[in-house]
Design a protein around this ligand. Structure first.
Ligand SMILES: Cc1cc2nc3c(=O)[nH]c(=O)nc-3n(C[C@H](O)[C@H](O)[C@H](O)COP(=O)(O)OP(=O)(O)OC[C@H]3O[C@@H](n4cnc5c(N)ncnc54)[C@H](O)[C@@H]3O)c2cc1C
Length: 469
């Protein structure tokens, strides 16, 4: 019987526990699994709160269907029939620039007609096809990459706001190869992004002609997918399933430290208890893992502590749609830093998914803070409400206070993969070489999206299974 302790029951910890149970069962390996979670509830950043008829997502509101990991997990959990795909209209995404909302162009003709970029900006973007490929392996920031390949205007108005929307990050510090590895791959493989688009589109046409199925690419980066009860339905089902398969959950108690020797660990809990384990998997955030491993592997703890996190306020506003002069048919908008707004953008949640607001009402969810505006974490609720209302008036013409308002705060919302992140991961890997039985997973290392967390959870479970052989 191998004793395994998983620390942290966000999506990463729960998906690791589930994958490990599945793998151990299929290989006939006896497993004693314990999951330790600091909070009373499981789910970590995932928390779907129903309040006054509104369904407010505290953190993520879904996963994209263009990567298989989460969809496969849902299938394994028999959740296919309760999946909710975002509304088709949610493909329309906007950027606020020059005091108006511009629809994000989805094809060539739309790009030419769009007034988001000036003509020099458009010509520079199309000139990307002529930019030489950089092959020195340098860990560029997203801003350096964007300026070099697409020009400063496209960086400011397209690339940087999108980076803010996904990572709450600052393009000037984010490592392009750690945050968007596919983009770097495309440059290396095809010699540029436009060349890659053309070649990939041609490949798809040929595949269709041959009658092969082609992955759908509706909307930028796939279709946002969730559940009627919000994304928390996934973590609730995971917890119930993992528990029903025999794992013990210890909730409302933090793990304080990991002690012992490789393959013979002791996880010390805040209430004085300790858990013996041959394998310990930390699925806690990097800063928490740093605390846990401070005495056992100080060098590793030092590397973990240095992974920065950006704060974020999530502000849910409910309105009577009569009081919103702008068309809410779409996903929402992002805002370039140069527009000097307090918010990073707003998701039109009740347009994206059904049942997010009571009948006759709409729900908007704005994000404030991130790596470019970290001071938002220090604002009072009153200040946050005033600033959001001012931005919603400027951007969407809303002149009234919301009928429903909730402000959710994340002091450390999203880890930042800044320049040097890949080297840090290599150093972490080396630092853990002598600690067989100690595994790190979670969103601080190889991707922050739910798909990345689930895929990396599976890898952590495979690593644990390998140690059980
Ligand atoms: C506002 C916001 C919006 C987002 N939107 C999206 C989106 O739409 N789509 C998407 O794909 N991704 C989105 N993300 C990213 C995604 O939500 C996260 O990357 C993911 O949920 C992180 O999961 P995790 O399990 O790795 O970490 P967490 O969810 O942070 O879980 C870690 C768990 O460890 C626990 N823990 C910490 N310390 C200890 C300890 N000492 N002992 C025991 N337990 C401990 C914590 O309590 C927590 O439950 C968003 C993130 C935020 C903040």
């Amino acid at each position: 019987m191998t004793q395994v302790v998983v620390i942290g029951a966000g999506i990463s910890g729960l998906a690791t526990a589930y994958a490990l149970q599945t793998l151990a069962q299929s290989e006939g390996k006896p497993l004693q699994l314990q999951v330790v979670e600091k909070n009373d509830r499981c789910g970590g950043k995932i928390w779907s709160r129903r309040e006054e008829g509104y369904l407010c997502e505290w953190g993520p509101n879904g996963f994209l269907d263009n990567k298989p990991a989460t969809l496969e997990l849902c299938r394994a959990l028999q959740m296919d029939d309760v999946l909710q795909r975002s509304n088709d209209n949610a493909r329309k995404r906007y950027i606020f620039s020059g005091n108006r909302l511009h629809r994000l162009p989805e094809n060539g003709p739309m790009f030419l007609r769009s007034q988001l970029l000036s003509w020099p900006g458009k010509i520079r973007l199309v000139g990307e096809a002529l930019v030489p490929t950089r092959r020195d392996g340098e860990d560029e920031t997203l801003a350096e990459f964007g300026r070099r390949r697409l020009g400063a205007e496209a960086l400011d108005k397209l690339i940087a706001p999108m980076a803010g929307g996904i990572f709450a990050g600052d393009a000037e510090t984010m490592s392009v190869k750690s945050c968007f590895p596919r983009i770097v791959e495309l440059e290396q493989q095809y010699g540029g992004l436009l060349r890659a688009m053309v070649r990939l589109a041609r490949q798809k046409r040929q595949q269709r002609k041959r009658g092969q199925t082609v992955a759908s690419a509706a909307g930028p980066g796939g279709v946002l997918t969730s559940f009627d009860g919000g994304i928390q339905q996934l973590t609730d089902t995971l917890r119930q399933t993992v528990e029903a398969r025999g794992a013990q959950f210890l909730t409302g108690v933090a793990a304080c430290s990991v002690e012992g020797d490789p393959g013979q660990y002791r996880v010390m809990l805040a209430d004085g208890r300790s858990l013996e384990a041959q394998i310990v998997i930390s699925a806690a955030p990097a800063w928490a893992a740093a605390e846990l491993l401070r005495d056992l592997v100080p060098d590793v703890a030092g590397l973990l502590k240095d992974i920065p996190y950006a704060p974020m306020n999530v502000i849910c506003c409910g309105y009577d749609p009569q009081q919103i002069p702008c068309d809410l048919n779409g996903f929402g908008y992002l805002i370039p830093k140069q527009e000097s707004c307090s918010i990073l953008g707003t998701l039109w949640d009740s347009s994206i998914f059904r049942h997010r607001a009571p009948a006759g009402r709409v729900l908007l969810r704005s994000m404030m803070g991130g790596a470019t505006r970290p001071q938002a974490a220090d604002l009072s609720d009153e200040q946050v409400a005033i600033l959001v209302q001012a931005d919603l008036e400027r951007i969407m013409g809303i002149r009234v206070a919301p009928e429903f308002l909730r402000i959710f705060r994340h002091q450390r919302a999203i880890p930042q993969y800044v320049r040097g992140h890949a080297q840090r991961l290599a150093d972490l890997h080396r630092g853990l070489e002598g600690q067989s039985g100690l595994i790190l997973t979670g969103n601080a290392y190889g991707g922050v999206g739910l798909n990345d967390c689930v895929a990396n959870a599976r890898k952590a479970a495979e690593q644990a299974l390998w140690l059980m052989r």
